[in-house]
Design a protein around this ligand. Structure first.
Ligand SMILES: [Zn+2]
Length: 235
C-alpha cells in the first residue's frame, strides 16, 4: 500500500492559538522519523467548499467539515461517532484518482467524540483521538482544552500520537506492543502508550514527552522504517 501521499489538514475550530501545535507536532514526527522527503501538506483550515450548502440550506455531503461532523453526530449523546467519521474520510469521493487522489486526512474538531462498540471492542464513553491506518485520523479537543491544563502541549502530544498510529506505529509484530481495542499501543515509556482518562493521561504523556522524549527506541525504529519506505516510494 502506498505510504508516500499528501497530508490534508482540517479543523472546525476557526482561529485558536493552539493551532500551531499541529504543525509543530508534524515537524517533530518528520524529524524523529528521519524523513528525507516530507509528504506535501495542504491546510484546508475550516474546510467549506463553495457549494457546501444546498438549495434548502442543507449540508451537502463531503463538502464541508460541518458535514463530516454532522453526519457522524449521535444526536442522543451529542457526541461524534469516531468510527463513522473515520469511515466518511476513508470513503470520501475526493480519494478518487480523478479528484485529489489517495491521501492522509488529519481532522481536529471541538466536538466531543465517543467510540461505539464494534468488532468485539467495547464502547468507550469518550475518546480524544482515533486513527485508521494509512488513511485518516480524527482528534477531539473537547477533553484536552482544559482550563487548568496545557492546551498547546496536550494537543501536540495527541497530534504526534495519532500521526504515528495513522502511519502504522507501533508495529503489532513487536512483543512490547499491546492492543487497545483493535489498535496497537506501545508498552514502554512512550507517547504511544494507551491513554484513556482526559486530561490526566495527556498530562502524564506530555510530561514524559518533555522529560524522556516522545518515542521509545522501538517506536522510533518503526517510524523510521515507515518514512524509509515512503521515501523510497517517492524516489
Ligand atoms: Zn514506544
Amino acid at each position: 500500500m502506498k505510504t508516500f501521499k499528501p497530508l490534508n489538514l482540517m479543523n472546525d475550530k476557526g482561529f485558536w492559538p493552539e493551532k500551531v501545535a499541529i504543525v509543530d507536532a508534524l515537524k517533530e514526527v518528520l524529524t524523529l522519523g528521519k524523513c528525507r522527503s516530507p509528504m506535501p501538506v495542504r491546510d484546508y483550515g475550516r474546510y467549506r467548499d463553495q457549494e457546501w450548502r444546498g438549495q434548502d440550506d442543507e449540508l451537502v455531503p463531503y463538502r464541508s467539515v460541518d458535514w463530516y461532523v454532522y453526519d457522524a453526530l449521535d444526536e442522543r449523546r451529542m457526541q461524534v461517532n469516531s468510527e463513522r467519521i473515520l469511515e466518511s474520510f476513508a470513503s470520501e469521493p475526493w480519494r478518487n484518482e480523478d479528484m485529489l487522489g489517495d491521501h492522509y486526512d488529519l481532522f481536529i474538531m471541538e466536538e466531543d467524540m465517543f467510540s461505539p462498540s464494534e468488532n468485539g471492542e467495547p464502547e468507550r464513553e469518550y475518546v480524544v483521538g482515533k486513527a485508521q491506518r494509512l488513511t485518516a485520523a480524527v482528534i477531539s479537543t473537547h477533553r484536552i482544552d482544559h482550563i487548568w491544563g496545557m492546551p498547546y502541549s496536550y494537543l501536540k502530544t495527541e497530534v504526534m500520537r495519532q500521526l504515528c498510529f495513522m502511519f502504522g506505529v507501533p508495529d503489532l509484530g513487536r512483543d512490547d506492543v499491546t492492543l487497545e481495542g483493535n489498535s496497537p499501543r506501545c508498552r514502554n515509556v512512550c507517547i504511544l502508550r494507551p491513554a484513556r482518562d482526559a486530561p490526566e493521561d495527556w498530562e502524564r504523556l506530555t510530561r514524559d514527552r518533555l522529560v524522556h522524549g516522545p518515542l521509545c527506541d522501538d517506536c522510533t525504529i518503526d517510524l523510521r522504517a515507515f518514512f524509509d519506505k515512503a521515501d523510497r516510494q517517492n524516489d
